[in-house]
Design a protein around this ligand. Structure first.
Ligand code: SF4
Length: 449
C-alpha cells in the first residue's frame, strides 16, 4: 500500500536541513508520496525508515536503462494498468533480431537500417531502438565477431541473446561498457549471469515460465546483487503472454508482489503471429520487444501504434506556434490562420499541399486545443491572432492584408478584423474543402484586385 504524505512525514527526521534539495521535510514527503523523489536523498534516515519508505514510495516498476548515449532508452517506471487512468510513460524499445550466423553483409544492412531509418509522423521522428544479436551459431567467437561488426557500424543499444556465459563474455569485450541487455538468467545459470551483469554494469533478463518461478528467480538474482532486471515470462502463445504480462503489471503496481516490479521482455519472432504479437506487446505492457527486421508496412504500423499508445491522453499533441510555408509562397500567397492542435495542423497541411496553391499557415497557440474547442473555451481570441501576426512577421512576408480563418472560428471574424486591421475571409469548416475554397474564393479575390 502506498503511504500518504503525512504518514511519510512522520517517518522523516524533520531537520528541515534542505540536503535532499527540498526546502522542508514536508515538501520532500509530498514528493515521495507522488513517486517524484527517492528516499536515498535524505542522508539522515535510519535503515528501518529507509526500508519502509523505499518499499512504499519507489515507483512500483523499476526504471531500467538500456544502452548509453543518444539512442539509449529507458523502460519501466509505470504506475497504472490502464492508459486513461493517467498515462504510460516509457514506450517499449523495439529491437531487430539477427543471428550471428547471418552473412556479414546482412548484419551490416540491418544495423544500418536501424541506425538511419525514421518515419516522420505528427512532427516526430519514429525509430526502432537497437539490435538483438542471437548466438544462433553456438560459437563464442562468431557471436563476439557479430557484436564487433555491429559496434563498428553504429552505437545502438543491444540485446545479447545466448545461454552460454563464455559467448556472452566474449561479446561483452566489445560492448560491455555500453549497457547491453543480457538475455537471459534462468534457474540453472543465474549465478554466472548475475556475475556477468554485475561485472559489466549491465541490465539482465530473467527468464522463467510462470509467475511463481519468476518471483523465485528475482529473489535469487537480487540476493546475488543484480539490480537492473527485466522479466521474460517465456510465453508459449499470444494468450499466455497477455495473461502473464497483465498479471505481472497488476501485482507490481498494487505492490502485491514487489519481486515482479520490473519491465517485461517479449520476443515476437518464431510462431508466425508476429504482427499480432507486436500489437499486443505494445498495448499489454511489453517494455523490451525483440522482432525480426520488419517489412515497411509492419514497421510503420508498429511505430505508429507505439506512438499513439504512449502519448499522454491528457495532453493534446501540439505544434509550435509560428508561420509555416506550404510550397514556395510569394508576397501574394494566401495566409491561413489555424490552431496548434497537431491533428488540425497536419490535416490542413495535407489538403493545402494537394491544392497546389503555395501559402502560409499561421499557427496560433491554443494550448493544443482544436478550433471548435478553443473558440468555446475562449482560448482563440482576436488578441491572440493579432499578436501572432506581429510576432511571426506576417506583415513582411506578404503584400496584402487578408487572413483566412477556419469556418468554426467565424464568430470571431469581426473582432479579428478590428484588432488586426486585416480583411478576414471565413474558410470552410471542413479542411477537405480548403482546396476548392482557395481555387474559387482566393483566385477570384486576386482577379478582382
Ligand atoms: Fe528533511 Fe531529510 Fe530533506 Fe533534511 S534531507 S530536509 S531532514 S527530508
Amino acid at each position: 500500500m502506498a503511504l500518504k504524505a503525512l504518514d511519510i512525514y512522520k517517518l522523516l527526521p524533520k531537520k528541515n536541513c534542505k540536503e535532499c534539495g527540498d526546502p522542508t521535510c514536508l515538501t520532500f514527503a509530498m514528493k515521495l508520496a507522488g513517486g517524484k523523489a527517492d528516499v536515498d536523498l535524505c542522508p539522515y534516515l535510519d535503515e528501518q525508515a529507509k526500508t519502509i519508505l523505499g518499499a512504499t514510495t519507489r515507483p512500483p516498476i523499476k526504471l531500467v536503462k538500456i544502452g548509453v548515449g543518444e539512442r539509449s532508452f529507458a523502460v519501466g517506471e509505470e504506475f497504472v494498468l490502464y492508459r486513461h487512468e493517467k498515462t504510460f510513460y516509457h514506450p517499449p524499445g523495439i529491437l531487430f533480431k539477427i543471428g550471428d550466423d547471418q552473412p556479414v553483409d546482412a548484419i551490416i544492412a540491418v544495423t544500418k537500417r536501424v541506425k538511419s531509418e525514421a518515419f516522420t509522423r505528427v512532427g516526430s521522428d519514429l525509430q526502432f531502438n537497437g539490435i538483438a544479436v542471437e548466438n544462433a551459431s553456438g560459437s563464442a567467437e562468431t557471436f563476439a565477431r557479430a557484436v564487433e561488426i555491429i559496434e563498428n557500424v553504429a552505437d545502438l543499444p543491444l540485446v545479447l541473446i545466448s545461454p552460454d556465459q563464455a559467448a556472452l563474455s566474449a561479446a561483452l569485450v566489445h560492448c560491455g561498457t555500453y549497457r547491453p541487455l543480457i538475455h537471459a538468467a534462468t534457474a540453472t545459470n543465474f549465478k554466472e549471469m548475475c556475475s556477468l551483469a554485475k561485472q559489466h554494469g549491465c541490465p539482465l533478463v530473467l527468464k522463467a515460465h510462470g509467475l511463481a518461478e519468476l518471483e523465485q528467480l528475482v529473489k535469487k538474482c537480487t540476493a546475488e546483487g543484480a539490480q537492473d532486471l527485466v522479466l521474460d515470462p517465456a510465453p508459449v502463445s499470444l494468450n499466455d503472454f497477455i495473461m502473464s504480462s497483465t498479471a505481472i503489471r497488476q501485482l507490481a503496481i498494487t505492490r502485491s508482489s514487489p519481486e515482479l516490479g520490473y519491465p517485461v521482455y517479449l520476443d515476437t519472432t518464431g510462431d508466425g503471429t508476429e504482427d499480432a504479437m507486436i500489437a499486443l506487446g505494445i498495448v499489454k505492457y511489453a517494455a523490451v520487444m525483440v522482432t525480426s527486421p520488419l517489412n515497411q508496412a509492419s514497421a510503420k504500423a508498429s511505430l505508429t501504434l507505439r506512438q499513439n499508445i504512449y502519448t499522454d491522453p491528457q495532453k493534446p499533441i501540439q505544434m509550435n506556434p509560428g508561420l509555416y510555408r506550404v510550397g514556395n509562397p510569394d508576397k501574394n500567397a494566401p495566409v491561413l490562420m489555424t490552431v496548434n492542435f497537431s491533428l488540425t495542423f497536419f490535416t490542413l497541411q495535407g489538403y493545402l499541399e494537394s491544392s497546389h496553391i503555395p501559402c502560409f499557415m499561421l499557427i496560433v497557440d491554443t494550448e493544443g486545443l482544436s478550433v471548435l474547442t478553443a473558440v468555446a473555451a475562449g482560448k482563440l481570441s482576436e488578441s491572440l491572432v493579432r499578436d501572432a501576426i506581429k510576432k511571426f512577421g506576417v506583415e513582411t512576408e506578404v503584400g496584402h492584408r487578408s487572413l483566412i480563418i477556419p469556418g468554426y472560428a467565424s464568430p470571431l471574424s469581426g473582432r479579428i478584423e478590428e484588432a488586426t486591421g486585416w480583411k478576414v475571409l471565413v474558410g470552410p469548416r471542413d479542411a477537405a474543402e480548403i482546396g476548392d475554397f482557395l481555387h474559387e474564393e482566393w483566385e477570384k479575390r486576386k482577379e478582382r484586385s
